[in-house]
Design a protein around this ligand. Sequence first.
Ligand code: DON
Length: 340
Amino acid sequence: MIRFDPLNYRIVLSAGLLCFGLAATTAQAQTDAEFQSLVDKVHAAYAPLQEGANADYIPILTETPSDLFGVVIVTREGKVFAAGDVDYEFSIQSVSKPFTAALVMSEQSPEVVREKIGVEPTGLPFNSKMALEIYDERSVNPLVNAGAIASVSLVQAKSEEERWNKVLQNISDFAGRPLGVLEKVYESEYTTAFGNRGIANLLYNYGRLYSEPEEALRVYTRQCSIGVSARDLGMMGATLANQGVNPKTGKRVMPANHVPELLAVMATAGFYDESGEWMYTAGLPAKTGVGGGIVAVVPGRFAIAAFSPRLNAAGNSVRSLNAIRDIAGELGVGVYGPNP
Ligand code: DON
């Protein structure tokens, strides 16, 4: 016969809670140690990898020392686990794109992103002009150049200065510190931006750009020239992992209920024409940039970011993508289940 004995119950309950507490503390300590040893391990594993080449269509990017390599995990609580060159400042490039899309979602709505830009992957390179001709949405999604130029044109502003200040402030808020522009990168890209100028003008022609084209091009190019470190990218990703609140500053940077839509676009288009391969092997929403940075998000938990300038043919950093994919695999954190 089972009889309820309040005294024994309390003792059993306290012992149970104590065990749970110990287990939780141990698990936490193991996780911290595991995070640090993993970033150290992948950094050591991929540092010798020489594959790929610095981007050269933006001339100054050839001058970034190719051997730089940093890997970082930043948790939603703001804990940082770092290896290598995580404080070197490089240009954010396309890693900026989802964060400005987040600003459009916050200022207006995710519907505006869907209707005025689009949310389909193109299956084509990031600077494709053909995508504008074959898809009715023209811009197609906010992570390719066309959609990102459309994003800055949708930022609500009465002047170019206001548009730029909002873009910079927003990305700084995600990073949790005031960021600035690498002026030499801006000069180098803006003076050679013939392809992006063509894209901006085509979008305008099709009624899919919402500000004057040259203004959108300038603000977009400045956005891509913002200087960040791998540590900053980690904090930006951790803000998404933390449902839109920056773990360092405690500031809400975007509404929690729009984070899933943003991560969905990063999952389907964050690696451009390599997005399928990336989701197949790593299983995490992520964004890459031709500066060599990549950030991936484990929703609700942490971000993994890396920086290394040598890129593959799709414009994605070779060491960074390998490092992040391995960390995701070893921790078993792919969003569809652990990847092998
Ligand atoms: O517009 C461009 O071409 C660059 N500012 C950004 C491209 C980029 O980073 C593509 N990413 N992998």
